[in-house]
Design a protein around this ligand. Structure first.
Ligand SMILES: [Zn+2]
Length: 92
């Protein structure tokens, strides 16, 4: 796996997807790009799936990681560890 410069790479704070190009960024109301969320999660200032739970997000992301070649249990463990750290799911 290639190591990317983590200080420059943005990650979606909802699904954890890396967003290396601006067209992957979600938009605020009015169309302004946000650095926080990807276009699949967030558009025009609101989440596309506002009722999605953390467990639901694990289920949504899992097939993509498996498609990328990760073993299912490892992918699930990684999501369950990383997703709660993201802004959308973080409980203060
Ligand atoms: Zn996302």
């Amino acid at each position: 796996m290639t190591m990317l410069d983590q200080s420059q790479l943005l990650y979606c704070q909802s699904c954890g997807m890396p967003m290396p190009s601006a067209d992957l960024l979600g938009t605020e109301a009015g169309g302004k790009k946000t650095n926080d969320y990807c276009t699949y999660c967030y558009e025009e200032g609101s989440f596309k799936q506002p009722d999605l739970t953390l467990e639901g997000m694990v289920t949504v992301c899992l097939p993509y990681l498996i498609e990328d070649g990760m073993e299912e249990n490892a992918a699930k463990a990684m999501l369950e560890q990383n997703l709660p750290e993201l802004k959308r799911w973080k409980v203060e």
